[in-house]
Design a protein around this ligand. Structure first.
Ligand SMILES: [Fe+2]
Length: 392
């Protein structure tokens, strides 16, 4: 067996944990680059509190705002702007966009050069040869798990694709997860980000590179997301549901960093590169179709005995009432996930301008993505087009 284990050096989880941001930053350095989410009204108080916490410790800080998903050119420009400040610690506060930007800048400041030197798929794919500037990641959504991963997803609008910077240099030094920061998320953001976490747990559970220890964490995340995503969506003030989703998101990041993902994220990367679709919406919309196709192929005998056993375990999570044969329950999983997505009132892909004519190009791009390599079975282009069509 061959494996590596990647996770933040330290994880601090709990309601109120964010109050310690200043002290945690001061433990690492005095000059703080504070990369934060854009002007979501709900996070205004959080940003202000973080500023006060940094000031209370007497830290020197430079602030940068991230609006929307990070793009190659914007990250290069930001890195050039902050380099003279010589930050000793980078605080990334926000959703996946702010945290991934923090990680990307951390790697580039230490390693030199520009994004395309290191970017997978469309760049030169050079490894980072030095540890990045230490990052403290503070998520304000319960979704991407970016606080625990070693990659930063960047979009190239010029090429219409998303690709990752990747390497141990990008793993945050500290993941500071305070579920209270997610209490005011609007329902639509709760739904889409939560489905990202759920998809990440599910894909890493079935991924070719999954290991027993990632399976254990992925199942824990899936159980929490299965029981708490809909309640958190319906009533954001249910704190237990918010806490569950924050744990699920964190675990999903650890799992994807160590086991990989699959076709859901391959398709989501293709969709997100060409259309302004929130990542979690893209994941949620194609998830039922990918799961159904994976299960169909697994039942047909494409992936050894352990994978159907895992599908049965998934059926226990999502279809707890044990009715019908094993095959029937596995086959019903895709439909159950479909109903789950409908309960979350997720927009369809056509709402973002995706049409039938786009599907072949999207399927082809998904087939070239890094995520799809870990899918438990090979899905051909025709199958990927079918999955996209069902989500239009
Ligand atoms: Fe994701």
């Amino acid at each position: 067996m061959v494996f590596e284990w990647t996770a933040p050096a330290r994880i601090v989880f709990g309601r109120g944990a964010a109050a310690d941001i200043g002290r945690r930053a001061a433990e690492i350095g005095r000059r703080v680059l504070f990369i934060r989410t854009g002007a979501l009204p709900a996070t205004g108080g959080t940003v202000e509190a973080a500023r006060s916490a940094l000031a209370a410790e007497g830290l020197e800080f430079l602030e940068a705002e991230v609006r929307g998903e990070p793009e190659v050119e914007a990250v290069d420009a930001l890195t050039a702007r902050v380099r003279p400040f010589e930050p000793e610690v980078i605080l990334g506060l926000g959703g996946g966009s702010a945290i991934d930007t923090a990680k990307a800048v951390a790697g580039l400041l230490a390693g030199g050069g520009e994004v395309l030197d290191y970017l997978e798929v469309i760049g030169r794919g050079r490894p980072f040869s030095r540890p990045g500037v230490p990052v403290i990641a503070v998520p304000t959504t319960a979704g991407t798990g970016a606080e625990a991963t070693r990659n930063a997803v960047l979009a190239s609008r010029a090429l219409g694709v998303k690709a990752s910077l990747r390497g141990p240099a990008l793993v945050p030094r500290l993941a500071l997860v305070d579920p209270a920061l997610t209490d005011t998320l609007p329902p639509a953001v709760t739904a889409s980000t939560g489905l990202d976490a759920l998809a990440q747990c599910l894909e890493s559970y079935l991924a070719l590179n999954a290991r027993p220890w990632t399976d254990a964490l992925a199942l824990e995340g899936l159980n929490r997301a299965a029981r708490s995503l809909v309640p958190a969506f319906r009533d954001g003030s249910v704190l237990e549901a918010r806490d569950d989703m924050a744990v699920a998101a964190l675990l999903s990041g650890i799992c994807l960093a160590n086991a990989g993902l699959g076709a859901v994220h391959g398709l989501a990367a293709a969709l997100g590169g060409k259309f302004p679709i929130p990542h979690g919406v893209a994941c949620g919309r194609v998830l039922p179709g990918v799961l159904s196709e994976n299960i169909r192929a697994m039942i047909a005998g494409g992936a050894g005995r352990t994978v159907p056993a895992k599908c049965l375990r998934l059926a226990e999570v999502f279809l707890p009432a044990r009715r019908g044969s094993e095959k029937t329950r596995m086959a019903a999983l895709g439909d159950r996930l479909s109903a789950f997505v409908e309960e979350l009132e997720l927009p369809r892909l056509s709402a973002f301008g995706v049409t039938e004519a786009d599907l072949p190009v999207l399927a082809e791009a998904a087939g070239r993505s890094s995520s799809i390599r870990q899918n438990p079975v090979a899905l051909d282009e025709k199958t990927l087009i079918g999955i996209l069509r069902a989500a239009l």
